[in-house]
Design a protein around this ligand. Structure first.
Ligand SMILES: Cc1cc2nc3c(=O)[nH]c(=O)nc-3n(C[C@H](O)[C@H](O)[C@H](O)COP(=O)(O)OP(=O)(O)OC[C@H]3O[C@@H](n4cnc5c(N)ncnc54)[C@H](O)[C@@H]3O)c2cc1C
Length: 408
């Protein structure tokens, strides 16, 4: 008798959690087909790095600049990532800026406690390392927005693009981002329905319905980040600053509309500076997408250069003013300013409870930083949630499934 085809898994999203799921499935012995579907140009998601083919030494961490591990046991994937040289400990000075322009060096915020790490030569190396650990059999598809989900009468999952073209068919579906399960997709893309809700309404899977209602209730903090790259003499004062990360306390956020400044010296003497806006600032400018925005590209939105220029000027002015006591003569216009808008930068609690992350009857799994638990809304949580889902997926597979590793 021919062997049945191995059960297949389609993972939507190649941010930290999607890549970690693939890596952990392989580490636990899973050998069946696994595909990753990502709308961005490369892996990384909110822990991504802006790169340029024309400028190979450019690497700007436009989302998370670091990760912190706050609890034991640490995610299991941390050790192989360190051993493989994909991430490295981070021990640069961190400062807290207070509303009256007082700078407190050495005072971390919630994203700076515990053991700190960063991707070696860019945060996207964390996800690249995870893909490496996942091995060659994982098929990554980049620059593809999964728009429609459908269940076949045989209970398999179909992924389709905006034109309705079939992208993949799989036995299990994993959402590592909330987009296809959250009503914000209707606001952003004007979709009439939430794709996963639409595809599963008739299934009468109460656990999945509960998961979808919970996800629909999750709110997010937004960020609009200003990316600058200073070259030549203009880079020197930035590189000489006695800190690499500045967090803003509540009064400082209100005063300048900024939440954080990340200073990233580049190998060739240039210096990238990323000013993260406060949530309030980002919420007021959500309709302004950066020129590099994947969402704007997918929506084929016309570029509103005037609006973008206004936001760049506002964030640039705030940056110049708040750091004036420590660095003068800064001209953001000379530093190739760009915007990166994160409408859903940080999920706010409560997230999705771990008991709802695997819905075996519909063969749907969820992982990501929106899962409740240690590291919620951070990379630590994205890693933990993926490791847990990998173990749950393997435990849920029928014992004779060809992709389930043999128990020793
Ligand atoms: C500005 C900023 C600063 C941050 N700072 C820190 C920090 O200092 N420390 C820290 O620990 N964390 C930080 N974070 C949070 C951290 O980045 C996230 O917790 C982590 O990256 C989440 O990973 P994830 O895989 O869960 O989600 P994501 O990175 O969002 O990955 C989901 C992926 O799915 C893709 N996707 C979704 N839907 C579809 C679809 N339909 N089709 C195709 N692809 C799809 C998305 O493009 C995305 O790449 C920061 C985040 C931001 C935005």
């Amino acid at each position: 008798m021919p062997r049945p085809a191995p059960e297949t898994i389609a993972v939507i999203g190649a941010g930290v959690s999607g890549c970690a799921l693939a890596a952990q499935m392989r580490r636990l012995g899973h050998r069946g087909p696994l595909s990753l579907w990502e709308t961005g140009r490369g892996a990384g998601g909110r822990a991504g790095t802006r790169r340029s083919r024309q400028d190979p030494l450019l690497a700007v961490d436009h989302g998370a600049p670091l990760l912190n591990i706050t609890a034991e046991p640490a995610p299991e994937l941390l050790e192989p990532l360190l051993a493989g040289g994909w991430i490295e400990p981070w021990s640069e000075p961190v400062a807290m800026l207070e509303g009256e322009s007082r700078l407190n060096i050495g005072r971390p915020d919630a994203l700076g406690i515990g053991r700190l790490y960063r991707g070696r030569a860019g945060m996207d190396q964390l996800s690249q390392g995870l893909l490496q650990l996942a091995g060659r059999d994982v098929h990554g598809h980049f620059g593809v927005l999964v728009r429609h989900l459908e269940r076949t009468p045989a209970g398999r999952w179909q992924l389709r693009d905006a034109a309705g073209q079939l992208l993949a068919e799989a036995d299990w579906l994993v959402l590592s981002g909330t987009l296809l399960a959250h009503p914000r997709s209707r606001l952003i893309f004007g979709w009439p329905e939430v794709p996963l809700e639409r595809a599963t309404r008739h299934l009468q899977d109460l656990q999945l319905a509960h998961a979808l209602t919970t996800i629909a209730g999750i709110r997010f903090e937004a960020r609009t980040n200003l990316l600058l790259v200073f070259a030549g003499e203009a880079a020197m004062p930035w590189r000489a600053l006695p800190f690499r990360l500045v967090n803003f306390d509540a009064a400082a956020q209100q005063r300048w509309g900024l939440r954080r400044i990340s200073i990233q010296p580049l190998e060739d003497g240039r210096c990238a500076v990323v000013a993260h806006s406060s949530h309030a600032f980002a919420a007021d400018h959500l309709d302004v997408y950066g020129v590099g925005s994947a969402v704007a590209r997918q929506l084929q939105l016309p570029l509103e250069e005037g609006r973008e220029a206004e936001v760049i000027t506002a964030l640039g002015d705030a940056l110049v003013q708040c750091l004036a006591p420590w660095i003068g003569g800064v001209d953001p216009e000379q530093a190739e300013p760009r915007l990166m808008r994160w409408a859903a930068a940080f999920p706010l609690p409560p997230g999705l409870p771990p008991s709802l992350t695997l819905c075996p009857s519909s063969r749907v799994g969820f992982c990501g930083d929106y899962i409740d638990g240690v590291g919620f809304a951070r990379i630590e949580g994205a890693l933990h949630s993926a490791e847990q889902l990998a173990a749950d997926l393997l435990a849920a597979a029928p014992s004779d499934a060809p992709w389930r590793p043999a128990r020793s």
